[in-house]
Design a protein. Structure first.
Length: 197
């Protein structure tokens, strides 16, 4: 599997991202030394795509597939793309507060700790639907790992489209998110422009 080994804070600095969007509480003290060059239109578009891929932990090929699927769906392509990325199972586990970061959420799903509607799902890219119930397996609920995670994520806001019960480690997807409630700093129109060339 392809893994990006660039340090997270360094990558955040280069993309102009706050680490909190990844669930990381660290702050980078270094300032990015950028030459005073004006970035080209292509450069801006590419950076937005890299930002979206980095935040959601998606590689190029699956990201391209999401874009093509979003293009075939009714409505705005950019909004459809963001909604699909947001409704990935690993992202919903992160949003519900069952993981500190999206990477940890991906690992929790990979390790078969998550049930969707009572069935075990270990595919992080599984797209949840409105009404899906996501919960941590019964035998994993009592582990120290989840106690630590709940301590770390207790102050985090759960988006209104997810109803989370931290005590029972259970969440319900009330509806698919609309673009207005997705708080990710990505301009999806630039991604659409990049791919439609």
């Amino acid at each position: 599997m392809a893994i990006n080994r660039v340090p997270v804070l360094k990558r955040c600095r280069s993309l102009g991202l706050e680490p909190m969007y990844l669930g990381i509480d660290k702050k980078s003290n270094r300032e990015l030394k950028r030459a005073n060059r004006k970035m080209s239109e292509y450069g801006l578009q590419l950076r937005e795509k890299q930002k979206a891929k980095f935040i959601y932990g998606v590689l190029e090929k699956p990201f391209r597939n999401y874009y093509e699927k979003a293009e075939r769906m009714p409505g705005m392509t950019g909004e459809n793309l963001m909604i699909m990325l947001e409704s990935r199972l690993d992202n919903v586990v992160f949003r519900a507060g069952f993981a500190r970061t999206r990477k940890e959420a991906r690992q929790i799903v990979d390790h078969k700790h998550i049930l969707v509607n009572g069935k075990q799902v270990n595919i992080p890219s599984y797209l949840v639907k409105a009404g899906d119930v996501i919960e941590v397996k019964e035998k994993c609920k009592g582990s120290q790992r989840y106690k630590d995670i709940l301590d770390a994520t207790s102050g985090r806001l759960v988006p209104e489209w997810v109803e989370a019960d931290a005590e029972a480690l259970k969440a319900t997807v009330k509806e698919l998110p609309s673009r207005e409630v997705i708080d990710v700093p990505v301009d999806e129109m630039l991604i659409v422009e990049l791919y439609s060339k």
